[in-house]
Design a protein around this ligand. Structure first.
Ligand code: UT7
Length: 322
């Protein structure tokens, strides 16, 4: 039976760092408030000429190099993003062109902050059914482009970046299970209420911004992620203590801590990057995963739980053997 295994990871953060101190000069906020409520100290912001595809390309090249394959070996590209370069072609097709690959399937996937988890599950299914052997799965965002920089409730939270993995066919189990969910009834709590079909005027006027009812999102996220952890453990007949590493979506340190507590997992088994990255939506999990692989925390054979929650609402987990 064919399984899929992560054989390489990569990440990229734009050069510009926006600190809480700088935000204090932009809106009525404080480093103390931001850090206490979210755990965030700084985030990276793309340069004006940098697009999501630029970030995705840098992360993808690092993942391909780490995997020890060459770009033409890739036969599937999925880019999870909410901030694509253009309406079409997809960012995945733009990325394919940049990497000098032709012919393989390439598409974007939109599940907001859960996008990378969704994309990893889709790639796993392509590989297990024999439709692909080397999938490039990317989460990439330029969220700074859909932020109202005068709204202190949202502008302190988000950042730009990209993370990528190469997922390849393997005899040994890598991805053990995936669990994807959505409930569209929660649309009003977290939304960018502008777009192509509803009318392009807000987009053209530069008013396509994130609107969030933070406190409500927070409560649903904590409860939902608790249930998701139980679902994932039960599906695999595992105890929570069997998990070596939790790599959560990086929205808020307090949400991450609540999930770790639910798993009775000490915080030193949780990969936390929110303090330096902020919330990079679909990029947050692959970026955190790459950080922990490169600094030697996540080792071959470790059991790793990835979990995310985001607009939609969407939520999902992937349990894998690295
Ligand atoms: O990735 C997708 C999922 N997204 C999330 O998971 C985000 C979930 N939500 C959160 O992380 C938190 O709800 C926030 C960090 C957004 C907000 O934290 P909170 O503890 O829920 O604060 P709050 O929204 O209840 O606001 C508390 C107070 C308010 O003032 P009043 O009404 O109590 O006088 C806000 O106006 O803090 C005020 N406030 C701020 N103060 C200083 C809101 N934003 C700021 C700010 N600086 N940046």
């Amino acid at each position: 039976m064919t399984h899929s295994q992560v054989i390489g990871t990569g990440g990229y953060l734009p050069e510009k760092v926006l600190t809480n101190a700088e935000l204090e000069t932009m809106v009525e906020t404080s480093d103390a408030w931001i850090f206490e409520r979210t755990g965030i100290r700084e985030r990276h912001i793309a340069a004006p000429e940098q697009t999501t595809c630029d970030l995705a390309e840098a992360a993808a090249r690092r993942a391909i190099e780490a995997a020890g394959i060459s770009a033409p070996d890739i036969d599937l590209i999925i880019v999870a993003t909410t901030t694509p370069d253009q309406v079409f072609p997809s960012t995945a097709c733009l990325l394919q062109q940049r990497l000098g690959i032709q012919g393989c399937a390439a598409f974007d996937l939109q599940a907001v902050c859960t996008g990378f988890v969704y994309a990893l599950d889709v790639a796993d299914k392509f590989i297990r059914t024999g439709s692909a052997r080397h999938a490039l799965v990317v989460g990439a965002e330029t969220l700074s482009r859909i932020i109202d920089w005068s709204d202190r409730g949202t502008c302190v939270l988000f950042g730009d970046g990209a993370g990528a993995v190469v997922l390849s066919a393997s005899d040994k189990p890598g991805i053990l299970s995936s669990h994807l969910h959505a409930d569209g009834r929660y649309e009003p709590l977290l939304t960018v209420p502008a777009g192509i079909s509803r009318g392009y005027d807000k987009v053209q006027a530069g008013q396509a911004f994130i609107h969030m009812q933070g406190r409500e999102v927070f409560k649903v996220a904590v409860n939902t992620l608790g249930g998701l952890v139980d679902e994932t453990m039960q599906a695999n007949g595992l105890q929570r203590s069997d998990v070596d590493w939790l790599v959560p979506h990086q929205a808020n340190y307090r949400i991450i801590e609540a999930t770790a507590k639910k798993m009775s997992l000490p915080m030193d088994r949780v990969v936390v990057t929110v303090q330096e990255h902020g919330n990079t939506s679909a990029a947050s999990i692959p970026l955190a995963f790459d950080v922990a692989v490169r600094d030697g925390r996540i080792q071959r054979g470790d059991t790793v739980l990835l979990e995310a929650f985001g607009a939609g609402f969407t939520w999902g987990s992937v349990l894998l053997n690295y």
